[in-house]
Write a protein that binds this ligand. Structure first.
Ligand code: ATP
Ligand code: MG
Length: 336
């Protein structure tokens, strides 16, 4: 049922905040590299955003802005299907079905749920708990063969694969089994304020992340106030020097230099020097992205048009899978 011989990819990011340099390095850069070889679906995961507290007006505004951030990072609407999760109702529908076949024990083991609840005890909602099931629905609806994921999402992808097995065992072949795609630039970027935990766009402390649309001055300030480690020497050591190692990782990915080259370049210099150069590099790298973003945001009609066309395209595929699933589980067919 695939459009061509290319394998299918689905990936997404949650619109819980603006894209961070972590998302850019760990996800979007890989996505743009894959857009020629694969049949790609890239989604703004706005339903997932609701698993953490959101202010409705801000969430709604971010929907379009987030979409523009995808385009500004180089995702080409001619080559990819770029859509919004809530515009394709089949996601919520398949998630419900899969929820009914997902063992509670499997969800109890998800480390991201444990991490997120540890951060905010007051936000223990069922959506956060079953989030990986919605993610499985996102993937399975498009019969995705490959899913580019960062380290933090591997366990969720495993669950999607397990759900395929459970479903197939009961009802026979229905979905493609998704394989993880581990990108070349798959580095995990850590929080600037707590370099032992992942940089996340939904972090309550904006100083912990670099947003790709932060103004240059803000980027510079955040990098300068990044937590560093004891000592002064610029050297890569993730356990002893997690702070400086994180800054070196960003520097290395954006400059193409190895850690050893960076250590040599900064020999005899201090952490502050690395921060100044890193800030300049981040600002320079993001300049074309930010320029394109601001241009796109002036053209809301264009963005709305794209969203409509691409969501329709996504829906055509999603519908086929959902009809198959509803039939297999024994729901009475909907009148056409
Ligand atoms: P949230 O705080 O809402 O969970 P997030 O920053 O973790 O946001 P996601 O939308 O959950 O971002 O993830 C989008 C993609 O970015 C995923 O493929 C994920 O693996 C990748 N990613 C997220 N954070 C990082 C990071 N710090 N370093 C590298 N890749 C990341
Ligand atoms: Mg996340």
């Amino acid at each position: 049922m695939k459009k061509n011989d290319k394998k299918t990819i689905l990936s997404a990011s949650t619109s819980s905040g603006d894209l961070t340099i972590g998302n850019y390095i760990g996800a979007i850069n890989n996505w743009t590299a894959l857009q020629d070889q694969y049949n790609c679906y890239y989604m703004v995961a706005d339903l997932h955003a609701l698993t953490t507290p959101q202010e409705p007006k801000a969430l709604r505004e971010r929907g379009l802005s987030f979409y523009a951030q995808y385009l500004a990072c180089g995702l080409d609407p001619e080559k990819n299907t770029l859509f919004m999760q809530s515009h394709v109702p089949e996601h919520a529908e398949l998630a419900w079905i899969l929820n009914c076949f997902c063992p509670m024990g499997a969800l109890n083991r998800m480390t991201q749920f444990k991490e997120k609840t540890a951060k905010s005890e007051k936000n223990l909602n069922a959506g956060l708990f079953t989030y990986p099931v919605l993610m499985a629905a996102d993937i399975l609806l498009y019969q995705a063969d490959v899913v580019p994921v960062g380290e933090d999402q591997k366990q969720h992808l495993e669950l999607a694969r397990d759900l395929v097995d459970i479903f197939h065992h009961r009802f026979g072949e229905t979905f493609s089994t998704p394989d993880p795609y581990i990108g070349k630039m798959g580095a995990r970027i850590m929080s600037l304020q707590d370099p032992t935990s992942k940089m996340s766009k939904s972090d309550e402390n904006p100083k912990s992340f670099l947003s790709i649309i932060d103004p240059p001055k803000t980027l510079e300030k955040k990098i300068k106030s990044a937590v560093t480690d004891l000592g002064t020497e610029v050297s890569f050591d993730q356990s002893e020097k997690p702070g400086i190692s994180n800054l070196m990782t960003i520097y290395s990915v954006l400059s193409g230099k190895t850690y050893q080259q960076i250590e040599t370049d900064f020999e005899g210099k201090m952490y502050g020097h690395l921060k100044i150069e890193l800030a300049a590099l981040v600002i320079e790298t993001l300049k074309p992205v930010q320029d394109k973003y601001h241009d796109l945001m002036k053209n809301k009609d264009y963005l709305d048009g794209l969203l409509r066309d691409h969501s329709e395209k996504a829906r055509a595929t999603a519908k086929q899978t959902l009809i198959k699933v509803y039939d297999k589980v024994g729901l009475y067919p909907r009148p056409l």
